[in-house]
Design a protein around this ligand. Structure first.
Ligand code: PEP
Ligand code: MN
Length: 339
């Protein structure tokens, strides 16, 4: 971190500032240019609030030199992380996976959808048993019964489950049933107690980007999980809220190569929530694949008009078949060695 001081900063104030910084266990380096005075801060800069520093009278500007995320940072871990999701399914570092299933677990149709998804090439089963709904009057999910249905379907098909956890108090229910991947949804991307709690496990976490979250905020959320000891984080771009109203969200494709550049963690894209409309899901699934996603999460429903949630963005099993075929073709071109 460096602090650029005003060029007329009084000597006494500079000395005072340096001893304040040094009092926090850091060292300082002063350099005087023609037009500015720069104080370099060396050591554990997490001890310094950059906004507080910038608010000081003699300080013109503060700049970070290194990113605040460390464990998620590619600089300290150059190789891609490969995460083991169970049932022989690896993701990241050239291992590409497709997570498919309904938005919500609804009942007996789960196994039918799951069979079709697997036959088409999906390798992980999704479905929400605890649903984060904007309205408290909307369907809230089947809860534990939904987790049981997921377990039954996934065991029959030998697939890992990806399902959302909203409340840290529910964690034992997920762990007791051997849920392979805990999803943290967009609305909980900054639910710090939840992030810390899943961080105390070793269970892989599919961490979605917050609705209005920046790439850096997503990486700091990953850092919360990893700093508690769980290295198994999968990042997920699911669209962000912008001024555009023609789609449910704006799919930030930039985030895929940006996250790969900044972090070693696998990156999954969710074209279902990113677009909100069935007709756009296929094209954006292909775009995300071409942009280098390590996986996709796609909502599939056998009767979207009767779906209990997100029917408007569900692919039917036939549409999913077609999309999977095109995804294979894109991968054969973009990464022929991995496809
Ligand atoms: C979901 O996956 O069903 C979901 C609610 O996603 P998001 O958190 O991205 O809105
Ligand atoms: Mn959904």
């Amino acid at each position: 971190m460096i602090a650029i001081l005003k060029k007329d900063a009084p000597e006494q104030a500079i000395t005072h500032l340096r001893s304040w910084i040094e009092g926090k266990g850091l060292t300082t380096h002063l350099s005087r240019g023609e037009n500015e005075i720069i104080v370099g801060l060396v050591g554990d800069t997490t001890k310094i609030d950059p906004f507080l520093l910038e608010s000081m009278d003699i300080v013109e500007r503060v700049q970070r030199v290194s990113e605040p995320f460390k464990k998620a940072n590619r600089k300290f871990h150059p190789a891609d992380s490969v995460i083991d999701c169970g049932h022989g399914v690896l993701i990241g570092g050239g291992h590409f996976q497709v997570i498919a299933g309904p938005c919500s677990v609804e009942g007996d149709n789960l196994i039918r959808i799951a069979r079709r998804a697997k036959a088409a090439g999906a390798t992980m089963l999704r479905g929400g048993a605890y649903k984060p709904r904007t309205s408290p009057y909307a369907y809230q999910g089947m809860g534990e019964a939904g987790l049981d249905l997921l377990r039954e379907a996934a065991d029959e098909l030998d697939m890992p489950i990806v399902t959302e956890i909203m409340d840290p108090r529910d964690l034992p229910r997920f762990l007791d049933r051997g849920i392979e991947v805990l999803q943290i949804g967009a609305r909980n991307a900054q639910n710090f107690p939840l992030l810390k709690e899943v961080g105390k496990t070793r269970t892989p976490v599919l961490l979605k980007r917050g609705m209005s979250g920046t790439v850096d905020e997503l990486l700091m959320a990953a850092e919360y999980i990893m700093s508690e000891g769980n290295p198994n984080v999968i990042l997920c771009e699911r669209g962000i809220r912008t001024y555009e109203t023609r789609t449910r969200n704006t799919f930030d494709l930039n985030a895929i190569p940006t996250l790969h550049y900044l972090s070693h963690l696998p990156v999954v894209a969710d074209p279902s929530h990113a677009t909100g409309y069935t007709r756009y899901v296929g094209p954006m699934a292909l775009a995300a694949t071409a942009a280098g996603a390590d996986g996709l999460e796609i909502e599939v429903h056998d009767d979207p008009s009767r779906a209990w949630s997100d029917g408007a963005q569900a692919l039917t099993p036939d549409m999913f078949d077609e999309t999977m075929e095109k995804i294979r073709q894109i991968r054969a071109v973009v990464c022929p060695d991995e496809a």
